[in-house]
Ligand binder design. Structure first.
Ligand code: PRT
Ligand code: MG
Length: 240
């Protein structure tokens, strides 16, 4: 009897899946992919205060976390899988994570931007030491090292666009999507570092132990991905 109970609990554990997601653009773009995999949350994360959301499937639940915390929950196995931006994954480093799919969602670009009146090209030519504010220290460090530029990096947690306006930094490294935030703050993009999209991430141990449950989801996600249309070049240098 005890053995039978233990076994069914154990089977349920082996088959049940926790998916870590962040609210906002990632959730919005993920909902159709989840639906394609037959998963529909029972509450709307935008209006619900619940951090654990049940779904129409007894064996699948969603946890709602900060975008930058998704890889940490998956790395330590508190979630079996999750969806995170490449920006976030580069900063995290990807330890313990399997990254099988680029979902082509929440697309944007990682860019260097400065005040419209700042002559970035001349500062680079002169070898001036440029002060750069960003939330993306790893990515920024690598980018400027590749260019052979000496920069002082200042870590911020948000609203990077403000930094050049109040003299905290000469430049920022931030994500740009429509360009409207740069425009509204009298900034211009001067370099594109890389295109960004969100990836499916899976805990490496969960992939082995729960393959039976994970594999069909992986296939459903994969089939539902919209093919990648290349982003058109972003206008650099011009005050946007
Ligand atoms: O907001 P919070 O501090 O909780 O975390 P977060 O900003 O990391 O989360 P969220 O939900 O805003 O973003 C989640 C993921 O969406 C990011 O990790 C990116 O992979 C992706 N993404 C896609 C973006 C953007 N586009 C984007 N435009 N993330 C942020 N932005 C911001 C950008 O930082 C800038 O402030 O939007 C502003 C620029 O937008 P435009 O349209 O004015 O150019
Ligand atoms: Mg945000």
């Amino acid at each position: 009897m005890t053995f039978a109970v233990k076994c069914s609990l154990c089977e349920f554990f082996m088959m049940s899946i926790t998916i870590a997601l962040s609210k906002g653009r990632i959730f919005d773009d993920t909902a159709p992919l989840l639906k394609a995999a037959g998963i529909v949350p029972l509450d709307d994360p935008e209006t619900s205060r619940k951090l654990i959301l049940a779904t129409n499937r007894d064996d699948v639940r969603l946890i709602i976390v900060r975008a930058s915390d998704v890889p940490t929950y998956v790395q330590y196995g508190a979630a079996d899988m999750g969806i995170a931006g490449k920006d976030v994954l580069l900063e995290h480093g990807g330890a313990g994570l399997y990254q099988p799919l680029d979902l082509n969602i929440a697309r944007c670009r990682m860019m260097v931007a400065v005040r419209s009146d700042f002559d970035y090209e001349s500062a680079v030519r002169r070898g001036a030491r440029v002060r750069v504010a960003t939330k993306y220290l790893q990515t920024a460090r690598e980018h400027f090292a590749e260019k052979g530029m000496h920069v002082d990096l200042i870590k911020l947690y948000g609203s990077m666009e403000l930094a050049p306006l109040v003299g905290l930094a000469d430049a920022i490294v931030d994500l740009v999507s429509s360009g409207n935030t740069l425009k509204a703050n009298n900034l211009k993009a001067v370099e594109e570092i890389m295109p960004i999209s969100s990836r499916l991430i899976i805990n490496q141990a969960a992939l082995k132990l729960k393959r039976q449950a994970i594999q069909p989801m992986l296939e459903a996600f994969s089939a539902a991905i919209t093919p990648l249309t290349p982003l058109s070049p972003y206008p650099l240098g011009a005050a946007t």
